[in-house]
Each structure stands twice: as structure tokens, then as C-alpha cells.
Design a protein around this ligand. Structure first.
Ligand code: AMP
Ligand code: MN
Ligand code: MN
Length: 321
């Protein structure tokens, strides 16, 4: 979209496109989190209840994380190979760029209309209707605004999906502003029950994970620059659920001495997915962008080929710059 439009105008336009659609495919980003999948499922459930034919999908991994699957109360999730190759309307949720949709990014070219919902400052803008607002704490805030503009009811199932994205992207409302707190109150009133939701999403791991976490913490290194990192070997990445692996960085960031923390996860022999978190001073989105990824000032990520030492050296160089 080349015209300059406000977020409000984009929300209205997205609501019009979705309200008129008979078939809609909603995509979450690779390795979907609660914000990506919660946004896609909240919109998907509402559209399905209005009579649309709805698919929700993501390119990787094959199945939804165990903690997020229960949000799919209507059975809208479909494996990536079964996604309609040319949907009437395609919605991209929480993806900072087309590449974050993985192999499903090809649908951006084959869909009749494309709607993009996102809140990453590093998003360059893509899609016919761009609901992009780096000021909001989570993409679910934008999904909620589109639902309201459509006149769709926020029932308990939709509220749970939205709450899941809001509570996780704000790390339990630590980074939430007044409007996000008000939205949370509205979602709780609508039927989202915080305790069971947050327990499943943020506070629950198999006991066997303690061994994996222990290893990750034992391997942690604090460098004089304020970089604190640990590496997670391929065997552990394969052995534990993404819920466990992704939680390591949140433990690392509690180190008082750290400026930047990095969880360096081996996803193939020579390929590493890196989660970066800042404790305040450093903009990790800038580091991630320099290394081929993106994200937010306080939380960002990238995936990179090379040896462990090469990836660590790249982080040190980008941090020093
Ligand atoms: P994560 O460390 O995977 O929880 O990601 C932290 C933040 O950075 C999230 O908002 C992600 O959407 C974003 N992010 C992670 N990896 C990438 C990437 N390769 N490109 C753009 N954004 C990313
Ligand atoms: Mn996300
Ligand atoms: Mn998000």
C-alpha cells in the first residue's frame, strides 16, 4: 500500500476486507508464540462463527506448541502443506517481515487481498492493508481493534486468545501501558481466566526440564561488555518442547550484571536461532537487524549459519558497534 494511512484507517479497512471475505487464511510467524497464534486464532474464531471458511497455519514446526493448541477450540489449525494455495484473503499476524512467514510467505503473492497485523518497529511494511503500530505492546491489541471494528463479539474463546498474546508479549504486564491494562480487564470480564492461562503459557514445565535448565545456566558466561549468553545444544533443542527452550532467555535476563542476554540455540548442525533481550540500555532490535533478524528494542532475535564461535563473535561485533 503506497498511500499514507493512519492505524485507525488501516483497522477500518482490515475490518471491511475481513467482514466481506468468504474464505480466509490466517498465518502466524515461524515458531509461533502466543501473540502470533493468539491473534490469528482470535480473528479466525470470530470469522468462522460468522460463517467464513477459515484456516490458521504457520510454516514451522509441524504442530502448534502444546501450551497454545487448546486455544484452537474450533479446529482451525491446518498443517502448512494443506493450506489453500490461493486464499481469497490472507492475514499475516505478528510477522516482522515476509521472511518470518517462512515457506508460506509465497501466499502473499497468490492471495486475493493481504492484510498484515504487526507491532515490530523493524517491520518494513508489506501487504495490501497494513495494520502496523509499533506503539502497541502486542499484535493481539490490533486484532482486538479489528474485531471491534467488525462488530464481532469478544466471547470467552476469543478473549482467551487475545489475553494469551497480551500477557506473554508484556511479560505478565510488566511492559504494559494503561490501554493494555484496560484491555486486559475487558478480556477478563469477557471470560479469559488469567490463572490457568498464564500457568499453561508461562509458569509450567515438566520436571525433567530442570536438568536441561541446569545445564543451560551452568554454561552461561558473563563477559566484561555486559553480554551474558548461554548455548543450548541440538540434543536439548530436540529433547525439550519449545516452551522450555524459549524460556531460558527469560531466566538469563534476571542477571543483574547483564546489559544484553543471548540464548544461542542450535537448530541444525551449523544453524543457530538466537533470542536477545536487553535489560534497558541497549537496543537489541538494532543488533538483531544487523545480524539478519529483527524485533523490539528490549526483545529481538535472528537465525544464523556458522559455528557457535562465529555466531558469538557476530553478536560481540554487533554489540560493540
Ligand atoms: P524471541 O526471542 O524468538 O522470543 O523473539 C523476540 C522478538 O524478536 C519477537 O518479537 C520476535 O517476533 C522477534 N524476532 C525473532 N526473530 C526474528 C527474526 N528473525 N526476524 C524478525 N524478528 C524476529
Ligand atoms: Mn511473536
Ligand atoms: Mn508480538
Amino acid at each position: 500500500m503506497s498511500r499514507a494511512v493512519t492505524v485507525d484507517q488501516a483497522v477500518t479497512e482490515a475490518a471491511e476486507v475481513l467482514a466481506g471475505a468468504g474464505t480466509v487464511t490466517l498465518l502466524a510467524h515461524l515458531d509461533p508464540d502466543a501473540d502470533a497464534l493468539g491473534s490469528a486464532l482470535a480473528l479466525g474464531i470470530a470469522l468462522h462463527r460468522r460463517g467464513a471458511v477459515v484456516q490458521v497455519s504457520f510454516a514451522r514446526p509441524d504442530a502448534a506448541p502444546e501450551s497454545l493448541a487448546p486455544l484452537d477450540v474450533e479446529g482451525l489449525l491446518v498443517p502448512a502443506p494443506l493450506v489453500n494455495p490461493a486464499p481469497e484473503v490472507l492475514v499475516s499476524c505478528d510477522a516482522a517481515e515476509p521472511g518470518r512467514l517462512g515457506s508460506l510467505a509465497r501466499l502473499l503473492d497468490t492471495a486475493g487481498r493481504t492484510v498484515m497485523l504487526d507491532h515490530h518497529a523493524t517491520n518494513p511494511g508489506f501487504g495490501d492493508v497494513q495494520v502496523l503500530d509499533p506503539q502497541v505492546e502486542a499484535t493481539v491489541v490490533l486484532a482486538h481493534r479489528v474485531l471491534v471494528a467488525m462488530g464481532a463479539p469478544i466471547d470467552p474463546d476469543v478473549a482467551r486468545c487475545l489475553y494469551a498474546g497480551l500477557v506473554t508479549d508484556t511479560r505478565g504486564f510488566r511492559t504494559a501501558g494503561p490501554a493494555a491494562h484496560r484491555l486486559a480487564a475487558e478480556l477478563v470480564e469477557a471470560g479469559a481466566d488469567p490463572e490457568p492461562l498464564t500457568r499453561a503459557l508461562m509458569d509450567s514445565h515438566p520436571f525433567a526440564w530442570f536438568e536441561g535448565l541446569g545445564g543451560a545456566l551452568e554454561r552461561a558466561v558473563l563477559e566484561p561488555s555486559g553480554l551474558l549468553y548461554t548455548t543450548i545444544p541440538l540434543a536439548d533443542v530436540r529433547r525439550y518442547r519449545p516452551e522450555e527452550i524459549d524460556s531460558v532467555v527469560e531466566v538469563l535476563r534476571t542477571a543483574a550484571e547483564a546489559e544484553v542476554v543471548a540464548s544461542v540455540m542450535q537448530v541444525e548442525e551449523n544453524r543457530w536461532r538466537v533470542s536477545l533481550r536487553s535489560t534497558g540500555r541497549v537496543d537489541v532490535a538494532a543488533i538483531a537487524t544487523a545480524l539478519g533478524g529483527g524485533g523490539h528494542a528490549m526483545a529481538a532475535g535472528f537465525t544464523r549459519e556458522g559455528t557457535e564461535e562465529e555466531v558469538l563473535a557476530a553478536i560481540r561485533t554487533a554489540l560493540a558497534a
